[in-house]
Design a protein around this ligand. Structure first.
Ligand SMILES: Nc1nc2c(ncn2[C@@H]2O[C@H](COP(=O)(O)OP(=O)(O)O)[C@@H](O)[C@H]2O)c(=O)[nH]1
Ligand SMILES: [Mg+2]
Length: 170
């Protein structure tokens, strides 16, 4: 183990937190009563599902919304804003991108991201596994020691979501 981190997954009811946590538990670890313990790239993550911000302090936060719901999106923008104001490490994710019913489009994400310190963003799907590990690789990059940072930076540079290009793809 190189290092370990506690991660909260925060998002509106039904946005897909549990399904994503189950996917991670099944592929990289095991479930816990309110989350999962997983090992990604030799890094141990203790993940906890949360419906909102609490007083509890985590090393990192995945703020999630359902790309099929603008209410879920709006709520996630507020959550991310609050956490960023508190100086927290945040990765923002829109899930269920396998679905044909996407309503939150890239320009909305891009615009909101401008007000969120250009927070890292990933489209994910707990159904297809799309970008499953990316938020965690991001945390390893931002939270871990400089040696690992260098190695992972190269990897992320190669495939991190480029919003300008992604806009053209969607
Ligand atoms: N198509 C699709 N459905 C999903 C995905 N993630 C979650 N769901 C569905 O969305 C619903 C709510 O998911 P859940 O994980 O329980 O949401 P939570 O309340 O945030 O924990 C369930 O019916 C899931 O099967 C996804 O990536 N793709
Ligand atoms: Mg749940």
């Amino acid at each position: 183990m190189v290092f370990s981190a506690t991660i909260a997954i925060i998002g509106s009811q039904g946005c897909g937190k549990s399904k994503y946590i189950n996917l991670l538990a099944n592929t990289s670890g095991h479930p816990t009563p309110n989350g999962a313990e997983v090992n990604i790239r030799d890094t141990y993550f203790n993940i906890r599902e949360q419906s909102g911000i609490t007083n509890e302090d985590f090393d990192g936060y995945i703020v999630m919304f359902d790309t099929r719901s603008s209410a879920s999106f709006d709520q996630s923008v507020q959550t991310a804003k609050t956490l960023l104001q508190q100086g927290k490490q945040v990765v923002w994710c829109g899930t269920c991108v396998d679905s044909q019913n996407r309503v939150v489009q890239w320009n909305s994400i891009k615009e909101a991201r401008n007000t969120l310190n250009n927070v890292k963003y990933y489209d994910i799907s707990a159904k297809s596994g799309y970008n499953r590990d990316k938020p965690f690789i991001e945390f390893i990059e931002t939270l871990s020691n400089p040696d690992i940072k260098h190695e992972l930076k190269i990897e992320l540079d190669n495939d991190i979501m480029d919003l300008d290009n992604a806009c053209n793809m969607h």
